[in-house]
Design a protein around this ligand. Structure first.
Ligand SMILES: *Cc1c(COP(=O)(O)O)cnc(C)c1O
Ligand SMILES: [Zn+2]
Length: 419
């Protein structure tokens, strides 16, 4: 079982009350003395720990977005564009169709580069400055590369991205390209890209900013803080459930850490933790498999496929943090088909909320769990939509209606309209 207990005293080499701890063996490390992504002793995942955990009053009144929550982060400020402060949309049509007491959509596609990855990057690039590296790298299904390229450019650093050839949505490659990343298209899937970039990082070639990097998850933790604050301010309570698409399971891990820290600081009751509900595409669903079988670890899927390319991942690296998160919050995981994802993408678009396919998986998953009776009618649910519609213009065009050719005169246009 993972060592996710937060209560331990700061080690002597903590930096300003922050340090790293291995979630498997409990070993602690100074946070910025060396570049380190996993435990020196057992290769387990690392987590950032703090000697002081904030309550709601400790967050900045004068600030919105990620850095409002500086009291929960290892720095006061970072390389910022700025990020966070995304809308929590009402979707009355979907709320009624799904038969839920409340349904809200936290649209992370409204971040500067169009996905939640910006929240992790603002913190991650700040850490890169602290440890003194000048070349950043990631493997990516697309959005991480767009965020890395933009934040690296903003921070004046060189950026290198490894993408699975032919499997990245057009908008994302365009962003990485224009922001000046060096883009390598790898003959392999995302998991192969991550294997390679991890080895490059291990050789000191670049600073790794995939979600294996525990500092990125600190930034992403603020999604949870924002949802809880926004929902509480509007509804007077926290949501019962948060549903989200799962790729590498970084967000699932980050949200669980957010909840644990709030419980530990006394800002939230343990019984108030929203049920984390992970959604995967049916042919890329190792987390769902592990949850359904009650396994403590995932089994890597070598062949994965889905139209939702952002979650086309067979080896979710953050599973050791995310599986306990789903279990301890009494949540679940569910797989949906590409068709169900596209239906959900259309339904969201029909409410004015434009998302890319992976994001719509959250709604598709809730719809399925509602049908199966797993989610009750009296529940208050927040769905996380992770990326913007324009990220994947091809998927949007396929899911939408076709333009109709008309002649270049009013008469001809009228004729078509009256057809
Ligand atoms: C990265 C990404 C995901 C997957 O998030 P994880 O934290 O890796 O599970 C889902 N949707 C979109 C749009 C993404 O960019
Ligand atoms: Zn360890």
């Amino acid at each position: 079982m993972s060592n996710l207990e937060l209560t331990s005293d700061a080690p002597a080499d903590a930096n300003d009350g922050a340090w790293l701890a291995c979630i498997e063996c409990g070993e602690t490390f100074a946070p910025f003395d060396a570049v380190r992504y996993t435990c020196d002793h057992c290769d387990g995942l690392l987590e950032v720990r703090y000697s002081d955990l904030p309550t709601w009053d400790d967050f900045r009144e004068d600030e919105r977005g990620v850095w409002r929550y500086a009291a929960a982060l290892p720095f006061e400020e970072g390389v910022s564009l700025p990020e966070g402060d995304t809308p929590l949309h009402e979707v009355p049509g979907l709320e009624e169709e799904l038969g839920l007491a409340r349904l809200r959509v936290k649209h992370e596609g409204m971040n500067p580069t169009g996905s939640f990855k910006d929240r992790g990057m603002t913190v991650g690039v700040r850490v890169a400055q602290e440890v003194g590296v000048d070349r950043l790298a990631c493997a990516s299904t697309g959005n991480t590369s767009a965020a890395l390229a933009a934040y690296g450019a903003r921070g004046g650093m060189e950026t290198l991205v490894l993408l699975p050839a032919g499997k990245v949505a057009a908008g994302k490659v365009a962003q990485a390209s224009l922001h000046g990343a060096r883009i390598l298209e790898v003959d392999g899937n995302f998991d192969t890209c991550l294997d390679i970039v991890q080895e490059l990082a291990g050789m000191g070639e670049a600073y790794l900013l995939n979600s294996l990097n525990p500092f990125r998850l600190e930034g992403q933790k603020t999604i949870g803080l924002e949802i809880l604050e926004q929902f509480r301010d509007e509804e007077g309570s926290y949501p019962d459930r948060i549903a989200l698409p799962v790729g590498n399971a970084g967000n699932t891990a980050a949200l669980y850490k957010c909840f644990r820290e709030l419980v530990e600081s006394g800002a939230m009751e343990e019984s108030e933790m929203p049920k984390l509900t992970g959604v995967q595409a049916e042919h890329s669903a190792p987390m769902v498999e592990a949850i359904e079988h009650g396994w403590d670890e995932i089994e890597r899927w070598d062949e994965v496929e889905t139209r939702a390319t952002a979650i086309r991942i067979g080896n979710p690296v953050n599973a050791p943090k995310a599986l306990p998160g789903i279990r301890e919050t009494d949540g679940t995981a569910v797989a949906v088909t590409d068709e169900e994802i596209t239906d959900a993408q259309r339904a969201l678009a029909g409410e004015g909320v434009g998302v890319e396919p992976a994001s719509a998986a959250s709604i598709a998953g809730v719809r399925k769990l509602r049908e199966e009776g797993e989610i009750a009618a009296d529940e208050q649910v927040v769905c996380l939509t992770t990326g913007h519609l324009l990220k994947d213009p091809d998927a949007a065009a396929e899911a939408g209606v076709d333009p109709e050719p008309v002649p270049g005169d009013t008469e001809g246009v009228l004729e078509t309209l009256n057809d």
